[in-house]
Design a protein around this ligand. Sequence first.
Ligand code: COA
Length: 174
Amino acid sequence: MLKLIRRNAIYVDGYKEYCQEFWDHDIHYFRPTNPALIDETWFERTKSWYDKKELGLISGQPVSFHYWAVDGDNFIGEFQLRTELQEEVMTGIGSIGYSVLITEQGKGYGTEILRQGLVIARDHPLERVLLTINDQNILSAHICEKLGGVLMDRIPAYNKDEGNHIMRRYWIYL
Ligand SMILES: CC(C)(COP(=O)(O)OP(=O)(O)OC[C@H]1O[C@@H](n2cnc3c(N)ncnc32)[C@H](O)[C@@H]1OP(=O)(O)O)[C@@H](O)C(=O)NCCC(=O)NCCS
């Protein structure tokens, strides 16, 4: 059964494999940590940075919460929630990031991660969350619409990984 959990050292190897897969396949819709940075000390080394992000203590970065999706002993994917709607969120990364290990895609995990992630979002004082989805990413757009996403608009966007592209912006009301 899929669960969203706080980052946990026992899943670091699975997390690294997932990051490696995404980098090897050059998946540009979502770019996880560079796997080359993940060594034996990575989890402890980065813990306070993630804790500070949750408290909004990293200058220039939105408040964000990071979850890992696991099924039993297996690392499946991740979920990120940003709880403020500043410029970078509205025109770039959106309130939510989610993804699934390539070898585990197409089994319903992506839908379940977003569904459970929205339950987590409801624990915050938020009326709605914004999903920013590359117009070409029909799978993510389909999942978002299935879970209540209302298309606000399509706007031109740019980032290092996706280049120039058209971005769909969806609201999901909580
Ligand atoms: C998007 C992503 C999370 C989906 O994960 P997944 O585990 O494959 O998703 P699911 O198995 O829950 O659902 C896939 C859905 O897409 C549908 N689908 C598959 N191919 C499709 C196509 N060509 N057109 C439209 N829908 C399609 C499936 O039928 C399924 O929908 P259904 O359950 O209503 O039948 C995964 O592809 C991923 O990690 N992609 C890279 C990162 C990413 O894009 N993240 C989102 C950034 S906004």
